[in-house]
Design a protein around this ligand. Sequence first.
Ligand SMILES: [Zn+2]
Length: 383
Amino acid sequence: MSIATQERLSAVVNALPLVDHHVHGALRDDPTDRADFERHIAETDRPGVGSWFDSQLGIAIRRHCAPLLDLEPLADADTYIARRRELGAAEVTRRFLDATGTSHFLLETGYRGDEILGVAEMVERSGKPVSEVVRLETTAEDYVRTGVSSTQFVVGFEAYLRERAANAVGLKSIIAYRDGFDFNPEPPSTTEVLSAADRWFSRMAAGAPVRVDDPVLLRWLIWTGVELSLPIQFHSGFGDPDLELHRADPLLLTKFIKQVEPRGTQIVLLHTYPFHRNAGYLARSFTNVTFDVGLAINYLGTRAEAVIAESMEIAPFDKILFSSDAWGPAELHYLGATLWRRGTSRLLASWVNDGDWTEADAVRVATQIASTNAERVYGLASN
Ligand SMILES: [Zn+2]
């Protein structure tokens, strides 16, 4: 009886089309060797002591990805890498993207875009619709490179952003990386923005790289984004060591969220681990907040079910989204989907078997998280 429930729910959840609402392109070229591949599954630029295959993600790749390359589950890492190189990047990517069961990719294009497939190439490789999410900081830096003066930059940025995001479904902020969520929640005044832009342009004139990290400008970019009324994704929680993780706790955004709420702009908290319970509280408390536990699901491997369970504690189920946050090796696109399907079906089956949920409840909620919540937040159904 209980096994039948588990099997039925697995079959249903495995077949659900997924809207991957925060994902990046797959690698354009093969990793050159095992060490290069391992750098893509580390989420740190620091060397490990041994192999990154000796981590939850590494073992999950051997367990779940090896069969898609015609290997036995848990094939050893060297065999895996050799087979991957034999098949080549194009074939490997096609196999993994096909197997995700994704119906719509929302692709964020603003990070190291030359190494990964862009929107048109992801459409070609996956055969699925791909919509773009535009990164605010990258857009500001692209605008600077057009040769505008600091005053033109301040006056013209909103129009430049509107043009850049004309076909986008959302915006993305990495203020968690460039500053932290403990920023002043008020919109900055024009005087403040003009003098911050002056300082930034002077630094660049003196040879500094085109990289926006001034706290006033970073929050002005966000407030400019709020004017566009597109959902704004915020990197929060887990990421690489450029972060100061304690300043990426989304609870620090509470005053900002309260300011934005009356305008109706959607705040989408990405990743959120290990602050996913805090994100669940914000999603419950405020009308304009949704969140996911993407990225963490991949890196937690067999423990993904635990974080999925914790994400489904205080948050209403219509405020939780699915994402892989895959960047680079298409194993990450595939694992994001597979570990979510596996963890979610096991978790929901356990609740059904305990008599606490009906099977219909389980299927309805899994479908919300898989696709319908993202379709609502990003207005995809009407696109
Ligand atoms: Zn991302």
